[in-house]
Structure formats: C-alpha cells, structure tokens
Design a protein around this ligand. Structure first.
Ligand code: WT7
Length: 653
C-alpha cells in the first residue's frame, strides 16, 4: 500500500488529553468509560433504551431492538418521532429558543444567523411550501444545492413532513444527478439558481434542467435565489422559493413518523454497479447521531461547532445537521472554498465566530499544511479546544501538524472512522479519556463490536492485518439499499456465512492496545479527498466515449487527495492516444460524473493485463500506476508483455 500507510505502521507516539480538558469533559475517566462501554455491549437494549429516552418521542417505543429479521434491524418499534422536531422544537420551545442554531457565511462575505426559534419558523414555512405542491409523507425529494442555510432548511423541511430527502452533492454533474433522481423516482427537486465557488457561479439550476430532460416524474423544481444568474424557466414545474413563501403560514405540525420510517437516502459508490441509495430510518439514526455528536465532540452548551463537510455527504447529514442540532448546539456553515479569497479563510472564520470544535478531512489538512503555517498563525485560534478528522486514514505528518499548528498542542484530535452506511461514527477516541496515536481511529464507540477477521471469519490477533467487521447491530446502521435488497445482503452481509456480521470493505489491524488502524479499502473503490468513487463508474464513463475501447481505472497514493485516479485506456484503432484525446476524456468524465472523478493521469495502452478468464488485473495496474515493483502473483496473467509495455509508458501525463 501507499507510503502513507507504511508510515502509519511505524507510528507509536501517544498523546494524552490535558488534565484540564479531561476534568471539564463529558467522559474524562477511563474506568467510567470502560464500564459504560461494557454495558453497551453486554446490555445493548438497556444502554440504547436509556439514550433514546433522552429524545422527545411523540409516542414512546415499546421495544429497543428487533434483530430477528437480520440483517434488517428494527430499532425502537412502536415509537413515533419527528427528526425536525428533535432538532428544532425541543429547543425552540425551551431554554435554547434564542440560542443561535446556525452561523452561516457565504463565500462573498455575506452572513446570516438563525436562532432555534427563527430556524424552526423558516423550516415550517419551507415545509408548508412543499405541502402546497402536494409533497408529503413517503415522497422522495432530491436536493441539489450550495452550502447555504436553505440547504439545512430543505433537509429539515422534508423531515418535518415525512418526505424522504436525497441530497446530491452540488459538485456532481447533471448526469450523476439524473441517475439519482431516476433511481429514487422522486417527484420534486430543490435547488438554487447557483452557488459561489472561488468567485464564480456554479450554475446549479441549469444542471437540474439538463438532468430532467425526458424525466416525467418530477412535477416540482423549487428554486432558491442565491446568485441571481439568468436561469431558464418552466412555469408549470419551476417555483421560486421566495415567491412561494409569501403565501404560507409559519407554523407546521411535525408529522408523526414511525421509528423505522425512512428519513433519507444518500447515494454512495460501490465497487460494482450503479451508486447505491443507502437507506436510513428515523429513530435509530437520530439516536446514533445524537449520542455520537455529544460524546465524540464532547459538546458543551457554549460550544461553537464547525464541521467543514458539505451537507451532500453523510458527514454533513450526521454532523452538521442532525447530530449537532439534536443536541441544541450552535453550528457554523460556510458556502465556499477554503482558499477564497485567501488561504486563511477557515482560520478567519474560526477567529471571528469563536469556533471551539473543528471537524474536517485529512485532504483539507494536507492542503493547509502545504499552504503554510503563516495562514493559520495570523489568527487567534485560542478558543479552539477540540479537533476532529474523517474520511480517510490520516498520515501521522498531517496529524501532528494539525495538532501543533492548528491545535496549539492543547486540543485533542478525534480521528473518526465510519461510513455512509454506518450513519454515525464507529471508531473514535473519546477526547477526555482516550490517549491518541497519530493515524489510529483508536477504539470502538459505544455499542460497537468491531474486530479484525480473515476471509474465513477467524478473529485475528494483535497487528495482523485483515478485514474490519462489526458483529452487533447499531441504531444508525443502514436498513437497506433503495430498491435492491439483494444487493444490500450481498454487499454487506455475505462475506461470512452467519449472515449478520457486517463487512465494511476496509482493511485494518488492531495493535497490542486494541487500537484500530484502518488501512484503506479492499475493494475497487478509490477514496479521493475522502469521497468514495468506484473504479467501475469511472470506467463506464470512459468507455462511453467514442474514442475508447476499453478502460481500467485504479487509485494511486497522492500527497494531497489521499488517492488520485489513474486510467489505463485502449483507444479505437486509428485513434491516436494524444493530448487532445486525453483532455477530451478528462472533460468527458467531469461531465458525466463530476469534477471530483477526473483522472489525474491517463495512460494509453494497446492492451490491458488480464487473467486467462479475461478479468482485468487491477492489482497489477495499481503497482504500475504507483511506479512500484510488483510482488503480485503473475501466474494467471494472459500476456506478460502487456505489463512490460505499460511500465514503459510511465511518466506520460
Ligand atoms: C470510507 C467511507 C464517513 C464519512 C466520510 C466518508 C474511509 C472514513 C476514515 C478514517 C480511515 C476512513 C473508509 C470508509 N474512512 N473515515 N477516520 N480513517 N479511513 O464516508 O464516503 O461512506 O466513505 O472512508 O475507507 O470505508 P464514505
């Protein structure tokens, strides 16, 4: 594996929280932690039942867990609640009514803040607009927006009326949006005219128009006015939010949802096939998001909490919206790029808003590191008390830089491992009591029974690399893949014969202290800047181009993005693999999937290395892409000459 992962293997420094942090934290005592963790494993019903009762249920649940239909879990049966009421009403009607829920800042420098009472009112009005368009419980709504407050409002408005939201990251292309809209069969799309990114407008409405060509199940496109760029208008279908808001009331009773009613779908890539609509339900997801936010980020009443993810990813769902708001926290949302107008934008925001808890991704940390310490040091970050990271393994160099330069050596770092599918954080330090080791996500969260298994399902001992597995259901686990139960079973629950051990798709080891070190994906999934892309999706996009006969895509270690995409492409006879074709292919992938899927390098080849049965040998290509000697088994290769020729093309960009 990569250099970065090699480094992790030799890392053995330890960092302990300071006594001051420990004393003030929610969980500062190791013995207490041990007892609580043990209880969560020995008596999950008792443990989760107690946590769940802290939420405002509309009707109490009768049973904590029903695992009899494994791998589909049922949590908190009989209970009814509404996720938007959990996030808003309990605070708006209580002591937090005038506490700031959201501090938002646009890229051009405009800013808006909403108290819990104001946010509830905005969400209620938004929800009433959706209702006025005939949208209700069980309907799917796609959301394709920039990071503006209306994005959070759209999500919460759907939750309020029981509509199932499917947020699509605003960086995805029209084609990717279209695939997701078709798969959900949604009848409404919420978007904005555009969003600001490094001073220019991302024309989101235009992308939505393209994505809907020929689709007849979408009757409403609700458009938020943000950038005021020209947009085309279909007066039967398109509705300006600001106009529709004029005629609705500002109260909306939250729909009573069954605990297992679907709250949202979120699409994520797998190694094969189209993206999977990961399905999360209401009760369990909210309980998981609530407890993990509280404990992992050690939330205190006066914290100013900033998770820099986009709401288009699961991190934004669980740790910008649902978890923090369920806890009545003050959150920060920022629309634009971290280097707009300058490389200190994040630190400027931290200083001005007094951010205390900051959660970001390794790829961002590496960019900050590259830009230089001075951008951080220009700002007073003394309010920061806790840092977090998520999305991919963090290399110890980036970890220690983050600790020293951003955290002033006083802030613990929580390296949190989890997935779209897990809904919430699974492996993580608890900042007041866990000693951290740079590069390790440390220990399982409450109720998480994690272990390392080999292919045969045997538990591996200390420092043996294997497959990361979860042996117990947890409240925020996925309940399925939208419209494809078989794929849900095949992908996550069929690695081992029992049918109820969760296969995460990550390689990992546990060290002698039981700490987990996640090494990366074991399937054909590439993690670019903390986002999963399947090799297969990028390959199908390349092959769809008229110049291409065959393509194989692999990940290569990259200093900034963790992994970068390298494509091996065979062109049609008569078409030369030259720079023009290369540029056209890169553009083509950006069009079809989005800019984040653009190959960093394309190598043209007359053939791909294959097994005798015709399978592309991606493992070999990974070595070629990384410029490494291969120690892979070559006995099955059909034409060894192919590999030699490929190595010779090295260096072409
Ligand atoms: C995959 C999940 C969970 C939100 C962001 C990504 C990798 C995630 C870590 C971490 C090592 C990590 C894994 C995982 N990953 N966090 N702290 N250390 N690897 O969500 O797109 O569902 O991707 O990201 O490979 O399986 P996602």
């Amino acid at each position: 594996m990569s250099q970065q992962i090699e480094n992790i293997l030799h890392e053995n420094r330890r960092f302990s929280p300071s006594d001051a942090f420990r004393r003030a934290s929610r969980m500062g005592d190791e013995a207490e932690y041990q007892a609580m963790y043990q209880c969560s494993i020995d008596d999950p019903d008792g443990f989760w039942g107690e946590v769940a009762r802290e939420l405002p249920w509309i009707r109490p649940f009768e049973r904590v867990l029903d695992w009899s239909k494994a791998p589909v879990a049922s949590w908190f049966d009989g209970g009814q609640l509404n996720a938007s009421a959990v996030c808003l009403d309990q605070h708006a009607d209580g002591e937090r009514a005038n506490k700031v829920a959201i501090h938002w800042e646009g890229e051009p420098g405009d800013a808006r803040s909403f108290t819990y009472r104001e946010l509830r009112m905005e969400v209620a009005r938004f929800a009433n607009v959706l209702k006025s368009r005939g949208i209700g419980k069980g309907d799917r709504v796609a959301i394709y927006m920039p990071m503006i407050p209306e994005l959070a409002m759209a999500v919460l408005a759907c939750a309020r009326i029981g509509a199932i939201h499917s947020v699509v990251f605003g960086g995805f292309s029209a084609q990717a949006l279209r695939d997701r809209i078709e798969d959900t069969g949604c009848n409404a799309v919420i978007c904005a005219d555009g969003g600001w990114r490094r001073g220019s407008v991302l024309p989101l409405k235009q992308e939505v128009d393209k994505s809907l060509e020929g689709i007849d199940h979408v009757h409403t496109v609700l458009v938020v006015r943000r950038t005021e760029n020209e947009v085309e208008w279909n007066s039967e279908r398109d509705v300006w939010l600001h106009e529709a808001l004029e005629s609705v009331s500002d109260s909306c009773v939250p729909e009573a949802m069954e605990s297992e009613d679907v709250l949202f779908l979120l699409y994520t890539s797998g190694s094969t096939g189209k993206p999977k609509g990961i399905m999360h339900t209401t009760g369990g997801y909210m309980v998981g998001a609530y407890l993990s936010t509280r404990m992992v980020f050690d939330l205190q009443e006066d914290d100013v909490y900033w998770c820099t993810a986009d709401v288009g990813w699961i991190t934004g769902h669980s740790y910008i919206i649902y978890g923090p708001l369920a806890n009545g926290a003050t959150i920060v949302m920022y629309e634009g790029a971290p280097n707009a107008p300058a490389e200190d934008r994040f630190w400027d925001i931290c200083e001005r808003l007094g951010v205390t808890v900051f959660y970001t991704a390794p790829t961002a940390i590496r960019a900050f590191m590259k830009w230089g310490d001075e951008h951080v040091q220009k700002h007073d970050l003394s309010k920061l008390r806790l840092l977090g990271t998520v999305g991919e393994p963090i290399n110890p160099e980036a970890w220690t830089w983050y600790h020293r330069v951003v955290g002033g050596e006083r802030c613990p770092i929580v390296d949190t491992w989890w997935q779209t599918e897990t809904g919430g954080i699974m492996l993580t330090p608890l900042p007041g009591c866990t000693d951290t080791k740079p590069g390790s996500a440390t220990r399982p969260f409450f109720g998480v029974d994690a272990c390392i298994l080999n292919e045969e399902g045997q538990v591996l001992g200390p420092n043996q690399g294997g497959l990361l597995a979860l042996r117990k259901p947890w409240p925020s686990m996925l309940r399925g893949i939208w419209g494809d139960e078989q794929r849900f079973k095949d992908t996550y629950w069929s690695k081992w014969p029992d049918g109820w051990t969760y296969f995460a798709g990550d390689g990992a080891r546990q060290d002698e202290d039981g700490y987990f070190w996640v090494l990366g994906r074991v399937d054909d999934v590439i993690n670019v800047s903390g986002h999963r892309l399947s090799t297969m999706e990028v390959e199908s996009s390349l092959v769809a181009h008229e110049a291409v006969v065959e393509a194989a895509v692999v990940g290569r270690p990259d200093d900034l993005t963790g992994e970068a995409i390298v494509a091996f492409v065979t062109t049609l006879t008569g078409i030369d693999g030259n720079d023009d074709v290369r540029a056209a292919l890169i553009e083509h992938v950006a069009e079809q999937i989005g800019k984040l899927a653009r190959p960093q390098e394309i190598r043209f080849t007359d053939a791909l290395p294959k097994t005798r049965s015709g399978k592309i040998m991606r493992r070999l290509l990974r070595d070629v892409a990384a410029g490494r000697e291969s120690n892979q088994d070559m006995s099955t290769i059909e034409d060894a000459g192919v590999l030699e020729r490929l190595r010779l093309t090295d260096g072409q960009k």
